[in-house]
Design a protein around this ligand. Sequence first.
Ligand SMILES: Nc1nc2c(c(=O)[nH]1)N[C@H]1C(S)=C(S)[C@@H](COP(=O)(O)OP(=O)(O)OC[C@H]3O[C@@H](n4cnc5c(N)ncnc54)[C@H](O)[C@@H]3O)O[C@H]1N2
Ligand code: MOO
Length: 403
Amino acid sequence: MALMPVEDALARILAGAAPRDEPEMLELASCCDRVLARELRALRTHPPFAASAMDGYAVRAAEAVDGAVLRVQGESAAGRGYDGALEQGAAIRIFTGAPVPAGADTIVIQEVTEKRDDGTVLIREAASPGRHIRAAGVDFQEGDVGLEAGRLLDAGAITFAAAMNHARLPVAPRPKVAVLATGDELRLPGQPLGPGQIIASNTFGVAALARGAGADVLDLGIAVDRIEAIDAALDSAIAAGADVLVTIGGASVGDHDLVQKVMLARGMTLDFWKIAMRPGKPLMAGSLGGMRVLGLPGNPASSLVCAHLFLEPLVARLAGRPDPQRLQKAILANDLPENGERQDYLRGDLTISSSGERIATPMLRQDSSLMKVFSDARCLIIRPPHAPEAKAGSPTDVLVLRP
Ligand SMILES: Nc1nc2c(c(=O)[nH]1)N[C@H]1C(S)=C(S)[C@@H](COP(=O)(O)OP(=O)(O)OC[C@H]3O[C@@H](n4cnc5c(N)ncnc54)[C@H](O)[C@@H]3O)O[C@H]1N2
Ligand code: MOO
């Protein structure tokens, strides 16, 4: 039977993925990189008064002709406006952000005036009405919808939310992703290793990806290859209210590959198992109650490629964030042979040529167990199923991993 194409697997994993309904109220200072759950209306008008955009003099345009001498009547500073109206033949010293006094209709900038010792000012360039005045409400008005639901709260949005006078914002909750490593051979980094043991390294990369995509990660540690151990870890994920359980390893056909068996025994609905992809063929997806289950293969490159392709976009959807945009066009540095039935994700380097083109160079070794190669890679070179032989210099799609 033909294996499921990568695009179909992604569509199935993303089906119905959306943020949980109840927003979380967060202090503004903690909102960076979160997603606004509801539209936000302005609680005030800004600027609240007509304000000067420059340091200079507030005057009447009709009086401030070239060569006019005006009496300096007082001062309007930001936070301390002039209490009164501009008199005939007078000017009021004004600073950037200060309220424009009643009666004034323009600002003459300081650079085209001359302050005199007798308390007057000489105007050396005729002023035009309305110049350098920011009208009240020119930025936004009370009641306006300032930010739409779904907006990623970046520096601009947070500044605007603060200016609208919101101290706390309703944000989409971060999805909870539980990560479980499985395998008798695994030990945590920093522990002594016995014969046949290796470090459970994938967990950390997969967790980092999930966190970066907007998740809170619950590390369930390592379950040995026994039904009871995987069962207990599953209980922990359910008790923690995980939105997604990611398992690593035990996804293939070996006698000790128990993940799917345990999940099915616990009532998991299996969506699919095995897809047309290299590395990552034994990927499994399903759901158990309200929890999505993603079974990643144990080989490090397989689990990381699957996490990039499926977990990252899933978390982004659950967090209400925009889909990751990592696909780019590049030029192949080497010839590549005809591809088989699985979509290939070759670890590659990515450089910029002197003419500004992106050049993708496949790494010499592509075994899915190689972590140094994956760490050195800057991109995954995508080879569609049955792609014909490709010559050096031909275009290719790449998924960018790092700059
Ligand atoms: N007869 C077949 N054998 C295998 C097939 C197959 O189709 N038929 N598929 C191969 C492919 S492709 C992959 S990928 C692996 C996936 O196997 P599992 O998901 O069952 O993974 P394990 O057997 O548990 O581990 C594979 C490998 O990765 C190491 N590992 C596991 N977990 C971690 C971790 N958290 N951190 C670091 N390394 C880990 C593990 O020690 C193994 O060396 O199956 C092939 N076999
Ligand atoms: O296809 Mo498996 O995912 O290479 O090692």
